[in-house]
Write a protein that binds this ligand. Sequence first.
Ligand code: KG4
Ligand code: ZN
Length: 351
Amino acid sequence: MKWVLGIESSCDETGVAVVGYEPDGARPPVLAAHALHSQIEMHQAYGGVVPELASRDHIRRVLPLTQQVLSAAGLRRDDLDCVAYTRGPGLAGALLVGAGGACAMGAALDRPVLGVHHLEGHLLSPFLSADPPEFPFVALLVSGGHTQLMAVESLGRYRILGETIDDAAGEAFDKSAKLMGLPYPGGPALSRLANDGDPKAFALPRPLLHSGDLDFSFAGLKTAVLTQCKKLGDQLPVRRADLAASTQAAIVEVLLKKTLAALEQTGIDRLVVAGGVGANQSLRQALSAACQKRHIRVHYPELALCTDNGAMIAMAAALRLQAGLAQSRRDYGFDVRPRWPLDEVGQAIPS
Ligand code: KG4
Ligand code: ZN
């Protein structure tokens, strides 16, 4: 068994994990241990992520979390065979902490390092579940910064079918929640409140629903929520749950319809849902019900692994190393890619 340490530090969560894999591919990689520190409480006072505070906190957390996962996995530092880290996309300073920490560890232990694409981590996170998917599949990647539909033909072969032209789905949740006076991060807060509201109470726009392509746009929805908040004025507190439910229904409907269109267009009968918004219960219910009717298998990451974590980074690295599709390196010089389109990752030359 070879052991990969994975470090995630692209935004407001420090995640560290160890995944083991058989180099001959005899068995799929397995998660040995993972640990996470969320900075939500620290950023809450500011209503959103403060990049400089995020970087400083990652510095404090990376090594203690590494020690924690090694002891939970029953491993010593010397047992590690590779140190993987999130190279991008994300906040530049935050990424630099993980990359710097990983490369320093690699140099100290004389082990190779490997930079991983954050979205590939999300995309492959269902491989950490008890019911992992098989290729090919359509992926709906819905995070705080990205909303993309992809045809995933095999490991490293990612064809973007459609994506958002402005705000991401997670951003639509977060910004609408903020307008309604809900605390950061808005997605989970808005969806909890939506349970008590009427999704038909407000007629909110479903942008690009009938555009005929697989692109998304959520900026107009946020403006419509703002208009409703202003109109409601003093009435907002008593109608907040209805507005939350209506906002969630608009986002879910667009994601559902476009995902079904992507499945139909590609003829693929398997769907993977990944990224923070994939934790949304209303989205899960809508997708599961529609896919069941169409005999399409749906795979979700474990709930705890929908949002950012180190396990998905270690898993993506292990899958690539196992398939011979990534070259870990020993030069320890590093850069980060705050903006990094997923289709640029491609299939690296086998080592
Ligand atoms: O994937 P993620 O952890 O970070 C990025 O890579 O961006 O996604 C975070 C996003 C945030 O916008 C958050 O509000 C949203 O996922 N989110 C949710 C839920 N849980 C997290 N949105 C809706 N419902 C949820 N239950
Ligand atoms: Zn993420």
